[in-house]
Every structure is written in C-alpha cells, then in structure tokens.
Design a binder for this molecule. Sequence first.
Ligand SMILES: NC(=O)c1ccc[n+]([C@@H]2O[C@H](COP(=O)([O-])OP(=O)(O)OC[C@H]3O[C@@H](n4cnc5c(N)ncnc54)[C@H](OP(=O)(O)O)[C@@H]3O)[C@@H](O)[C@H]2O)c1
Length: 288
Amino acid sequence: MTGVLITGGTGKTGSALAELLRSGGVPVRVAGRHPAAGDPDAVRFHWDDPATHSAALRGVDRVYLVPPPLTVDPMPLVGPFLAEAERLGVRRVVLLGSAIELPGAPGALEMAARVRARPGWVVLRPSAFMQNFLSPHPMGERIRQHGEIRTAAGSGRVGWIDARDIAAVASALLSDPDGHPGDGSDHLLTGPKALGYADAAAIITARTGRPVRVLRSGTGEVAEQYRAAGLPAGFAASLAAVDAGLAAGRDDAVSTAVLDLTGHPPRTFAEFVQDHVTEWTTDGPATR
Ligand SMILES: NC(=O)c1ccc[n+]([C@@H]2O[C@H](COP(=O)([O-])OP(=O)(O)OC[C@H]3O[C@@H](n4cnc5c(N)ncnc54)[C@H](OP(=O)(O)O)[C@@H]3O)[C@@H](O)[C@H]2O)c1
C-alpha cells in the first residue's frame, strides 16, 4: 500500500489528520494501542512493542509521527522506529515536534534533528495547543471544575494554535509523497496572535459566561497539579518548568506557516472557544 501511517491516530492532531486525508482520498493506517474492531484502517501500535512498529510501517510510504507521550526521553523508542522507517523506504516523515522546549529533555531536540537531516522529512514545531484549555488536559479540567487557571507564566504570551490547524498542515505535507508545499524541513506553527493566560481566560469568560480566573502560582505548585492529574513526576516537573520560559517571553511568537502551507489562516482563540462553547461548564464533557 502507498499511504500514510498516522501514529497517535486517535489523538487530537492524529484523528483530525485521518479525517482530512480520508476526505482527500489518501489511504491511511490509523495507529493506536486499542484499534477499533471493524475499522479496516485501524492498526495496533504500541511504542513499547517494536514488533508492532514494523507491522504498522510495512507498505506505507509516509508517516505522521506523534512521539511517545509523557516522556522526557523519546529517542530510545523513536530512534529504532525511524531506522526501521528508513529501512522500509518511507519517503516522508512529518514529526509532531514542539516550539516549546521542555527543560531537561534534550532527547526531543535530538529526535527533531534526526528527522530534519533526512531529505523530504519534516519537523512541525507547534506552539502550545488551544486544546490544553479543554478537558482532559489538566488545565482544561481545572477550568471546568473550578473555573481557574494556575500558572507560573505571569503575563508571558504564547502563540496558541488549534490542533486542527496542525492537522491541516500535516495533511498538506502528507497528501502527496512527491509534492511539498513551502520550503524547508522545519515549520514553526502558531495561531494568529500571541495571548497571555489572562487574555485567554477573558475570551472564555466573555464567550461562555463561565467566569475563569487566573491565579499566579510557583512552578512547584504547577508541577504538583500535573502530578495530581496522573503525569509521571519527571515529566510533570519539566512541563511546569516551561512556565518560566513563557514568563520570560520565550514563546511570544507568531508565524505565517499555517496560511503559507494550507492556504487558510489559522483559527483565532475566539473561534476555538466558540467551537467548544458548552465544554467549560461543570456538566460539560469531562473527556473527549
Ligand atoms: N499540548 C501542547 O500544548 C503541545 C504543544 C506542542 C507539542 N505537543 C506535542 O503533541 C504531542 C501529542 O500530545 P497530546 O497530549 O496532544 O496527545 P494526543 O495526540 O491527543 O494523544 C496521544 C496519542 O498517542 C497515542 N498513544 C499514547 N500512548 C501510546 C503508546 N504507548 N503507544 C502508542 N501510542 C500511544 C494515543 O493513542 P491510544 O490511546 O489510542 O493508544 C493517542 O492517539 C506530544 O508529543 C506533545 O509533545 C503538545
């Protein structure tokens, strides 16, 4: 088969990408740990089980790569996967990387460098997802339950991006194994405007009527919040430490890449909120 293996195919960007590629007539293989029975496109894929890597890769010529989640060191699992993809002749890998560097996680940079080095393989570096404001992300769940955001980012601004726009970029890059809209092997992806937490909270409140307040916290408290939500301690600490970078303005950036690569402007934060307007009430959905 020629077509696209979508790792993380049931996740926020992967599921939207599967829908886009299918609607464009591109064959897909949707990878996850629990493939839906009766879905001929679904394939079992577990990062901890290399046998599932080869089986999932066999016969595809393109891959959307969502790295193993909740780890500061993805390379022990992703390195062999990329080697196998190379061996099997995969022509394009589009990696879901990140614009935001996780402190204490150099493996993510190594992974991006490895992908970038291969001709035709591409790294996407999205800014923070707007979907973090929705459950089941710990921040979204806290808003839903308590109407509050606890952050150590101060008034630092972020170019929040809707995960659906990341999927649209990936779709543009993966639809045709020979074509490649835009130049380069590395794309910073953002929404149209950088916003601080207070700006975002004000938009949610204005559009939904649900008051959302922003409380300044220390990174230790933010890490504890992530740990309490079930994240491994090392990853929770690293994620919380991101706030210091945000506070220093390190992620206060916007790019035109979504428009350049898809022909459509990225969604605004207000549009994102409008599309999920019922989800911040206490009786809104806790999971998606
Ligand atoms: N959130 C942000 O602000 C942000 C910003 C920049 C970059 N990113 C990057 O985005 C990526 C996705 O994060 P997300 O939280 O949005 O997750 P997600 O893509 O919504 O969900 C994770 C996906 O990974 C799959 N998965 C989980 N554990 C797996 C395992 N052991 N083996 C195989 N597949 C597994 C899940 O599928 P099943 O459960 O069906 O197996 C699911 O499809 C991360 O790499 C993150 O670094 C996030």
